[in-house]
Structure formats: C-alpha cells, structure tokens
Design a protein around this ligand. Structure first.
Ligand code: IPM
Ligand code: MG
Length: 372
C-alpha cells in the first residue's frame, strides 16, 4: 500500500494541464502515493447542478490531502443558463466549490508564499520574500447575503443600528447586503499561524493588514487580537497597516515586509498583488490548511482559452506541490523541489510564454524533475 492517498482534482480549464505537469514531478520524486481522482468543477455544475458532488466529499474524507487544479466560476445569471435544460428553473444556486471545500473541511488557513526566484525575468525587484496568511473560512466569504433585503432583516438591523434609517426609502429589491463575519477564534488562529511561521522561518516582523479605522468591529477584532497574540512572541515585531496603504507600500518597498496576516477578502486581494511582484499568477501557489486536512492549489484561474494547450506556467502548481510535501512532513522532498525550481528559473532556458519563452507546461515540469 502506498504511504499517502492524495485526492486528485484537476477541475476546469488549464487545471488539467498543470496537474499533468505536477504528476511528472511527483513521479520523479518517487513520492509514495496513490492518487484518487475526484470530480469537481463546471462540468458537474452543468450536468448535476453541483460543482462539488457528495462523492467527491467522500473521497476527500478518505485521503490525506488533495491537489487541486483550477475552477471556473461565473456570475449568477450565467450559471443558470449553463445548466442542462432539465435542471434549469429549479432554483439551483451555484456556490464556488473551493470556497465550500474551505468551509466544510474547516481549512482555516490559506498560506500563500510569494518568493521571487533569482533570475525570474518577471520579478518586480530582486529579493522579495513575502508570505501571506489569509483567514480562509470567515469574513465576507461566509456567504450570508441578502437581495432583496427582507423587511424582517431590515427591521432588526434598524432596531440595533440608527445608521440603517438612511435606507428607509430604498426598496428592499434595491438593497444588497453581505455580512462580514469574523470570530475571535478565527482571528486568533490565523494570527497564531502567522507568528509561528515567522518564528520558525526567522522573519523579524508580522504585519497585520486590515482597515480598523473604518471597519471598526471586524477589522478591529483582527487588530486587537493581533496585539494580544503578539505578546507571546517578544522577538517578533507586530506591524499594523491598513489594506489600502499596504498596497502602496508593497509596490514602493516590497523588501521591507515578510509575513502578512489578514482576513479572507483582503487576503484574496493582497495575495494577488504579492504574487504579481514575484512573477504573476504563474507563481501564485497556495495551501488551504486545516487541522486534519489540506487542499493545495495554484490560485490562477482556469483560463479556459488556454485549456488543453499546455501553455500556462506550471510553477504555481509545482510550488503548491512543494507546500503539500512540507505539510505532509516530507520536507526533504519539499526542499529538493524548491531547489530544482530555483535552478530551472535561474538557468532561464526552459520558459513558458509568460516568462518570454515558448516551452510547454510539461517541458517546464520535465526540466524541474530533471533537476531534482
Ligand atoms: C483565490 C480565488 C478564489 C477566492 C475564487 C476562485 C473563489 O480568487 O483562491 O484567491 O476568491 O478565494
Ligand atoms: Mg483570489
């Protein structure tokens, strides 16, 4: 029997291309695993009105962790019309399968390292080494939203909040409300993870990125919690920055920062910015990590126009595999893969189109595998 059981979820679009690339590296590493294919994505939305079928959840429950390629999500109206005719008009509502996975499996930490590899022509500056800790199950992503706004909800809010009176004259169908829900536990967990990581990897600061001057309660809870948690780590400085200013500082002085910690929505945004500083979405890897399970995925979308062309940069996927190795405790494999990627990038001979080359996703994976 193989040492590990890994759920294998290519998903949509280029997900399959980059997962094929991952497989080249996994096989070369002689990673002792059984890969269990699992259905996820747009195909299953169209035909079953469920992009994350129950059979997939069962597979995940019986594996050590999952590798995931990419997903296509579209706005509400386009989702309905994509359904096969017999499923249309039945009130099916599309929910992002990755967001659902994060919540159902309580994958509360989204780890997004953004390190500039030496010689990457896409680096914004040399020496960037950022790691984003994004809270992964709460915040604006809880999916508690109202449109139209029911009168009962409006009345309750109005009773507790005078500010709601401003909207008394606006009809319910002209108001949309999305709740931002953050908990003390959620804040404590993500901030602790960030500090632990900083301690383990020798970063001198942790920056909490929020907006407590305006969003006083939710962002305030994050910052207040960060101050509490920071007391347990006297050797690491806590820096507090507002999300808007942070975006400017990251462009101006990216080398000043190391570990960033933030809530779900801000983390979604700022992690794309950080990824762009070190080569764009082709380098954006992530681990969705819980206490007992984890899903590793590149955060580039499914890029449907490139699907099946083996054109996109597989580095983000390979970096996600590295995160998986590390999470499983296979740190030697993790370092070997990291070193091999660094070598291939430094050499600068085998490059996908985004890096100015003409090589395929698979050729890049072969080159990396060859260096392991
Ligand atoms: C990400 C993506 C997802 C998110 C989408 C695909 C739901 O942008 O992982 O950053 O918003 O979290
Ligand atoms: Mg995103």
């Amino acid at each position: 029997m193989a040492k590990y059981k890994i759920a294998w979820m290519p998903g949509d679009g280029v997900g399959n291309d980059v997962m094929d690339a991952a497989r080249i590296v996994l096989d070369k590493a002689k990673f002792d695993a059984e890969y269990v294919p699992a259905d996820i994505g747009w195909e299953f939305w169209k035909t079953e009105a469920n992009p994350l079928p129950d059979r997939t959840l069962d597979i995940l429950k019986n594996t050590d962790c999952a590798l995931f390629g990419a997903i296509t999500s579209l706005p509400k109206e386009e989702c309905e019309s994509a359904l096969i005719p017999e499923l249309q008009g039945k009130g099916h509502v599309y929910a992002s399968p990755i967001v659902r996975l994060r919540q159902e499996f309580n994958l509360r930490t989204n780890l997004r390292p953004c390190k500039g590899y030496e010689g990457n022509p896409l680096n914004y500056k040399d020496g960037i080494d950022l790691v984003v800790f994004r809270e992964n199950t709460e915040d604006l992503y809880v999916g508690i939203e109202f449109h139209p706004l029911p009168d009962e909800v409006r009345d309750v809010v109005r009773k507790h909040h005078k500010k709601m009176a401003r909207f008394d004259k606006t009809p319910g169908d002209e108001i949309a409300v999305s709740l931002r829900v953050n908990t003390k536990t959620g804040c404590t967990n993500i901030i602790t993870d960030a500090f632990e990581y900083a301690k383990k990897h020798g970063y001198k600061s942790v920056t909490v990125v929020e907006k407590p001057n305006v969003v006083r309660e939710t962002s305030g809870l994050m910052v207040r919690t960060a101050r509490e948690v920071a007391k347990k780590y006297p050797d690491i400085e806590l820096w507090e920055t507002n999300i808007d200013a942070m975006c400017m500082w990251l462009i101006k002085n990216p080398l000043d920062y190391g570990v960033l910690v933030t809530s779900n929505m801000f983390g979604d945004i700022v992690s794309d910015l950080c990824a762009q500083l070190v080569g764009g979405l082709g380098f954006a890897a992530s681990g969705n990590i819980g206490d007992n399970y984890a899903v590793f995925e590149p955060t580039h979308g499914s890029a449907p126009k490139y699907a099946g062309q083996y054109k996109v940069n597989p580095m983000a996927m390979l970096l996600s595999v590295k995160l998986m190795f590390d999470w499983l405790g296979e740190t030697e494999l993790g370092s070997a893969l990291d070193g091999a990627m660094a070598d291939v990038i430094k050499e600068g001979k085998i490059l996908t189109y985004d890096m100015g080359g003409t090589n395929t996703s698979l050729e890049v994976a072969e080159a990396v595998a060859g260096r392991m």
